[in-house]
Ligand binder design. Structure first.
Ligand code: ZN
Length: 131
């Protein structure tokens, strides 16, 4: 058994418009590519990082993963999903605040103009595999 730590960012592939099922398929693709490269046969655990602002429904993603991993090297893998809370910085007063959705105003000055600091993550953080 071997622990591989890798960090793939899926957000550069236009995932924002993707359905949870496509995202699940993409996760399997990433994992299988990594397995083949390392000559491993099975994924034991997979760790995902999903931001609360990513638009991904965790229940839907979990269900989709169940479906698409059935006949793959990921079929018995335990899926760990780590949530990343949304945080933003106000472009007007510089206040940093927790952001539940993209329509949250700055709690300090009320402006809607802010820069997202975290919460948009969609990543395969690590894989634990069998040789
Ligand atoms: Zn502000």
């Amino acid at each position: 058994m071997q622990k591989i730590v890798c960090l793939y960012d899926m957000s550069d592939e236009n995932v924002r418009t993707m359905h949870e099922l496509s995202i699940a398929e993409h996760i399997v693709e990433i994992a299988v590519t990594h397995l083949q490269r390392d000559g491993a046969s099975r994924v034991r655990e997979i760790e995902l990082e999903i931001g609360t602002l990513s638009g991904i429904e965790i229940d839907a993603l979990t269900f989709a993963l169940d479906v698409v991993t059935k006949d793959t090297a990921l079929r018995d893998a335990t899926v760990h999903i780590q949530r990343v809370e949304g945080r933003s910085r106000c472009n007007s007063c510089g206040e940093e605040f927790a952001m539940e959705d993209f329509f949250s105003p700055c709690p300090s000055c009320g402006t809607f103009d802010s820069t997202v600091l975290q919460g948009e993550e969609m990543r395969v953080k690590s894989l634990l595999v069998h040789e």
